[in-house]
Design a protein around this ligand. Structure first.
Ligand SMILES: [Zn+2]
Length: 415
C-alpha cells in the first residue's frame, strides 16, 4: 500500500531540517507516489534509531542486583536465572524489551541471546526490525550444537523482511580459540553480522594473555574477526594501536557508555576512536546493566562523559553523535535503514515538538541530544507500517505486562 505523509519537518542524519512530503511505496521511501494521504501538521520526522548491542530478554532481570561487583552480579544473580529460563520467558522478556525500544524511538536492533526463535517471534509480533544473533559459548559444553542452531536460524531467515540471523560468540573468555575460529568462518560463509563482547572490563586483556600468551586483538585479527560486518561490543579497554587496526579493517564499535559506567568498567576511548576513523555506534546493552533501553540517554551521557574525561567541550559534535545512532549504525547491517531518502526502508519516528524540554523549537537539533524526552515520540513506523501511535498496533500492552510479571515470579520460584 502507498502512503503520502504531507507537511513533515524532516530531520536527516546530518541534522539538516527540511519541510517536505514523504512518499512511501510498500516498505520503502520513494521520490513520488499516489496513495493514502496523512497530514502530519509540520511534525518532526526522524529516521528510526539503531541499537547495535542489546540482550532484549534481560528486561526480566532489570533491577535484580544493584551495587555489586561484576563477577558477583553475573554468578549470583544473572547466570543462575538464565539457566532456568524457558523459551516462553525469553519471548515475553524480548517482547517487553522491543516495546520499550520502540517507545524510545529505536526501530532496528542487534540482539545477542539464546532461544533465538523466541526472540525473532517477539520482534515480528510487535513489527520490529533486527539482527538476532545466537549467543555462542563452549566453556560449559554444547558448543557444536549451538553453532548448528545458529547456522539453521541464519538460513531460515535469508528472505525475512524484518529479521536476519547473526553470529554472536559471547566473548573470548567464554569461547575457546578453536571454537571462535569456527564461528568466524560461519559468519563469513553466510555473510552474516558477527558480534561479540571485547575488552569490556579492565581484567580481560591480561586474563586472556596469561591463558594464551597472545594479545586478544592479535588472535582475532589472525582469524579475520574484524571486518565490515563485525560489531564489537564495548571495546572499553582498546588501545590506540588496536583502534587503528579496527579502523583499517572497517569494523564497527558499539559504544555502551551507561552500561560501562554502571558496571564500573571504565570509559571507552571513543573520541580517539572517532579521530582514527573507527565506525562508532551506540548500544544500550541489556536492561540488567543499564537499566533503560533508550539511545537518547546514550547519546547524551556518552558524549558528556567523553568531554568530561578529555576536559574538552568541542568533542562529540551533535551531528557526529546523531549519526552514531543512525547512518553509522547501518554500515555493518544488511538493512537499508538510518536515513530518510528514496530507496531506503521506511523506518521513522514522529516527534511532538510542543514540549517544555524541546523549546525553543528553533534549536531542536541541540534538544535531540541534550534535553530529549522520549514521551514526545508520538508515532513509530517500521517498513512502511505504523506499529506505534501512542498504543502498539500489533500487541496488547496490558496483556504483555501481565504475562511478563508472571514470568518473573515464575523464574524466581524455580531457583
Ligand atoms: Zn552485552
Amino acid at each position: 500500500m502507498n502512503k503520502v505523509l504531507k507537511n513533515c519537518t524532516v530531520l536527516n542524519d546530518d541534522l539538516f531540517l527540511e519541510k517536505k512530503d514523504i512518499y512511501i511505496s510498500g516498505d520503502r521511501f520513494v521520490d513520488f507516489v499516489e496513495g493514502d494521504v496523512e497530514d502530519m501538521h509540520s511534525a518532526l520526522v526522524l529516521p528510526g534509531l539503531i541499537n547495535t548491542h542489546t540482550h532484549a530478554a534481560m528486561t526480566l532481570f532489570r533491577g535484580i542486583a544493584e551495587d555489586v561487583e561484576l563477577q558477583e552480579w553475573l554468578s549470583t544473580y544473572i547466570f543462575p536465572r538464565e539457566a532456568k529460563l524457558t523459551e516462553e520467558d525469553v519471548y515475553i522478556g524480548s517482547l517487553v524489551g522491543f516495546m520499550e525500544m520502540i517507545k524510545n524511538g529505536i526501530t532496528t536492533f542487534v540482539d545477542m541471546y539464546f532461544f533465538q526463535d523466541a526472540v525473532a517471534q517477539a520482534a515480528k509480533d510487535v513489527g520490529m526490525r533486527g539482527i538476532v544473533a545466537r549467543g555462542l559459548a563452549d566453556v560449559s559444553g554444547h558448543g557444536a550444537e549451538k553453532l548448528e542452531e545458529c547456522e539453521n536460524f541464519i538460513s531460515k531467515h535469508t528472505d525475512d523482511p524484518l529479521i536476519r540471523g547473526g553470529v554472536g560468540p559471547h566473548a573470548l573468555y567464554t569461547c575457546s580459540n578453536a571454537y571462535f575460529e569456527k564461528i568466524v568462518r560461519l559468519a563469513h560463509s553466510t555473510n552474516s553480522v558477527l558480534t561479540y563482547h571485547l575488552l569490556e572490563s579492565p581484567s580481560e586483556r591480561d586474563d586472556y594473555k596469561k591463558r594464551t600468551n597472545v594479545e586478544s586483538t592479535d588472535f582475532l585479527d589472525s582469524i579475520n574477526a574484524f571486518d565490515e560486518r563485525t560489531i564489537i561490543a564495548h571495546g572499553t579497554h582498546l588501545n590506540g594501536k588496536e583502534l587503528n587496526l579496527i579502523s583499517n579493517r572497517k569494523a564497527t564499535l558499539s559504544y555502551s557508555p551507561i552500561s560501562n559506567a554502571k558496571l564500573g568498567n571504565g570509559i571507552a576511548p571513543i573520541s580517539e576512536a572517532l579521530l582514527k576513523g573507527v565506525n562508532v555506534t551506540f548500544g544500550t546493552d541489556s536492561a540488567a546493566s543499564n537499566n533503560s533501553l533508550n539511545l537518547f540517554n546514550e547519546m547524551k551521557f556518552g558524549s558528556l562523559i567523553q568531554r568530561a574525561h578529555e576536559e574538552n567541550p568541542t568533542l562529540m559534535k551533535m551531528e557526529e553523535v546523531f549519526k552514531m545512532a543512525t547512518s553509522n549504525a547501518q554500515k555493518p547491517l544488511p538493512f537499508d535503514v538510518g536515513e530518510i531518502k528514496s530507496g531506503m526502508l521506511a523506518d521513522i519516528i514522529v516527534v511532538d515538538t510542543k514540549r517544555l524540554s524541546l523549546m525553543p523549537e528553533k534549536y531542536i537539533k541541540s534538544h535531540l541530544i541534550y534535553s530529549f524526552d522520549t514521551s514526545s515520540i508520538k508515532k513509530v513506523m517500521i517498513g512502511g507500517k505504523w506499529i506505534y501511535d501512542g498504543e502498539f498496533t500489533n500487541v496488547d500492552s496490558c496483556g504483555v505486562m501481565k504475562s511478563f510479571e508472571k514470568a518473573v515470579i515464575s523464574i524466581d520460584s524455580r531457583l
